[in-house]
Design a binder for this molecule. Sequence first.
Ligand code: HEC
Length: 131
Amino acid sequence: MTVLVVIFVVYNSIIYTQGTSNNTPLMSEQAIKGEKLYQENNCTACHQFYGLGGYLGPDLTNVISAKNKGAEYVKAFLNSGVKTMPKFNFTEEEKEAIAQFLTEVDQTGHYPIVEADKKASGWVDMKYKNQ
Ligand code: HEC
């Protein structure tokens, strides 16, 4: 019993005192500014990242790398007001920041995943939008 208790204590002290590896990419300062604007202006009420968010407008995960879209396209949307998207009054600098935020979001992955193939081994082979 004593041996078990000692093993338990040693094991837990190792587990709970080790730092976790952190591979999360850091956003640039400008992208953080853009994220703040994105939050303050409630873009997420209508838009999604990776399918999560409000559903009035389109998913913005890959709006930067999508064909015929990109930073200039995004900036053009912001102050014009289309359909149910309200017209904002961002400065050029703010528009740049939002575009930079969306650019860095875009770099995190692809959405939607168009095809997924489940293998007998249990692995799932995914085909991404841009493949
Ligand atoms: C009230 C809902 C609403 C809010 C809030 C809103 N949008 Fe939109 N947005 C829309 C709709 C609806 C469209 C689609 C318009 C169209 O296709 O004509 C759109 C389109 C866009 C597009 C073009 C997407 C594409 O793939 O064509 C971008 C970029 C965008 N919005 C960014 C933003 C940002 C950034 C914010 C916050 C500052 C925001 N929107 C806030 C409703 C909204």
